[in-house]
Design a protein around this ligand. Structure first.
Ligand SMILES: Nc1ncnc2c1ncn2[C@@H]1O[C@H](COP(=O)(O)OP(=O)(O)OP(=O)(O)O)[C@@H](O)[C@H]1O
Ligand SMILES: [Mg+2]
Length: 274
């Protein structure tokens, strides 16, 4: 990395207005694609991911402690809230550590109160699966293939639902809850995109016991912040991609979406303004 690159990364990282500079407050029409902010590249451009794209419809986010996962999730969430109204977008938050989303407790976008324990997480996943099944039945009746088509012709459009989990490994400790969570991630990961339901799942422990092949194969979008080992990096990014171990931490990340690996700096929003 050159000196110039390093100072750009540093400037972005310590600019508290980082997020506001890239994402303006606006209300997009419901037919616009729902995009999430991933980070800024070395040219200073914001890179986003479209949730309706099969390569970036659900995400696995991994990185060691202090690497910037929670900040990444917060800025990703803000990038959604700043551009989509609560009528067209609903958010479900899971926060076992209770420190990631405190400012978001009462926002009108929330599908239900923030989930903080295992039973709550399992109940949430079950309700998302029920919602998905209901939506598929409606699509079938109206002969629509997916949410976008359905909303183009429906008098009352359905909102997209984005479910953001910080530290899902906390729910993988016990055998029973582990299998319930794993099965629901598998089912939603495989089927929920067309129904407009999206999962973004982060973990500090991207090892093979937590990020099982079942989970990996159903979460196509990947973001690796600095990992503790090359092995953890390759679990998040797939194949032999061990490079996340060399990242700088604090929001320095590798993003894999649609087969391309990009080095980005996550946006930073320590003070939340909605
Ligand atoms: N994009 C960023 N720009 C600048 N600083 C950042 C950025 N992301 C994270 N940081 C800094 O790194 C610290 C740790 O980030 P964060 O809490 O998101 O880590 P984490 O990966 O969630 O850690 P843990 O696994 O322990 O919860 C933050 O308090 C902040 O100071
Ligand atoms: Mg965290």
């Amino acid at each position: 990395m050159t000196k110039g690159t390093r100072s750009l990364l540093k400037a972005l990282r310590y600019d508290p207005k980082g997020l506001c500079r890239y994402i303006q407050h606006q209300t997009l029409p419901p037919t616009d694609p729902i995009k999430i902010a991933i980070g800024v590249n070395l040219e200073g451009d914001l890179i986003e991911a479209d949730l309706s794209d099969p390569n970036t419809c659900h995400f696995l986010v991994g990185g060691t402690t202090g690497s910037g996962k929670s900040e990444f999730l917060r800025s990703l969430l803000l990038s959604l809230l700043k551009r989509h109204s609560p009528e067209h977008l609903q958010i479900a938050l899971v926060d076992p550590k209770r420190v990631t989303f405190p400012e978001f407790e009462d926002i009108p976008w929330l599908l239900q109160p923030i989930v903080k324990d295992t039973e709550g997480a399992i109940a949430l996943m079950n309700s998302l699966m029920d919602e998905m099944d209901q939506r598929y039945r409606r699509f079938e009746k109206t002969r629509c293939a997916d949410l976008t088509r359905y909303n183009q012709q429906a008098s009352s459009p359905l909102s997209r639902i984005v479910c953001i989990f910080d530290e899902y490994a906390d729910f993988m400790a016990e055998k029973e809850s582990r299998s319930a969570i794993e099965q629901s991630i598998k089912r939603l990961g495989a089927m929920a995109r067309a129904a407009g339901i999206h999962l973004i799942i982060a973990t500090q422990r991207p090892d093979a016991q937590v990020v099982t092949p079942l989970i990996r194969s159903n979460l196509p979008g990947r973001v690796a912040l600095k990992t503790a080992s090359e092995a953890d990096s390759s679990i998040v990014l797939g194949g032999k991609q061990g490079d996340a171990v060399n990242l700088l931490g604090k929001g320095d990340l590798l993003y894999l979406g649609g087969g391309q690996l990009l080095r980005l700096q996550s946006l930073f929003a320590p003070e939340i303004t909605l």
